[in-house]
Ligand binder design. Sequence first.
Ligand code: 13P
Ligand code: SF4
Length: 309
Amino acid sequence: MVAIDSLVEEIADLRVSRKAVILAHHYQDAEIQDLADAVGDSLELARKAQSFSGDVIAFCGVWFMAETAKVLNPERIVVVPDRDAGCSLVDSCPVEQIRAFKRHYPEYTIVSYINTSVEVKAESDILCTSRNAVKIVNSIPADRPVLFLPDINLGNYVREQTGRQNMKIWQGACIVHATFAARKLAAARVEHPSALVAAHPECTGDILAMADFIGSTSAIIDWCAHQDAPEFIVMTESGVGHSLQKLAPGKKFYFLPNENCNCSECPYMRRNTLAKLRDALKNLAPRVELPEDIIDRARLPIERMLAVK
Ligand code: 13P
Ligand code: SF4
């Protein structure tokens, strides 16, 4: 097994020789976050991908996020450490089904969560992330019916926040956030009575009903860091604990295990490792390669999202 220090050195050398930028989602292992040029949630990384110069983007996250980076940076090489870093939400929403929906219901505005394949993005009217989903749905004229996809829990949360009734919601779910158990959260609140609860909107409604704060990955981090409370129960992927400990070293953060599991790690995100990142920079693969027409069609809904203030 190669020592972490020597891998970190190799990656540092390759970053220079490849003129690469390393972007990492908060759900990556701590050692990947520590050497990244930027750590963020999916919206922040989509924006950051555009603001760097250089030839290569090494995207330490899941494949759909790297596809988004490629759409916004078609002239750059985009690599991901592990080709199988997928997402259960992406898998729940095959593009053929969206095309069929559009044939049957052409009047619907399609709002797609960023956790979709690039082909689904290309069929969408506008994109959203967990950070801006409420704002994006509110930006659509009230008389237009909306299909929100693919996350049922985020969709239900958006419907509740916007009061929008003419909105169909896809039935996809995140295998990490949708499998937190309300009874485990209730027990944790008894065990830590002074803890506040922060939850990602991909969690089910019973978890969200117990939360003091609901927000995207970065919004959860900001909120926990700025509250006076000494402890928090954090209902999201436990990788965010790394940034939380750096920002608020005096506070305690509890991450609950999912149902049928001992952890709350995303099995797709955690496929990426330092050794695979080194190999990706060396081999410039696995590489995101997309047809030009898909890039052009997928860029439009992303740009529409970024334009909503
Ligand atoms: P964020 O938009 O909060 O980064 O979420 C992405 C994701 O995959 C959550 O599970
Ligand atoms: Fe997909 Fe859930 Fe993993 Fe996020 S945490 S990448 S939504 S499976």
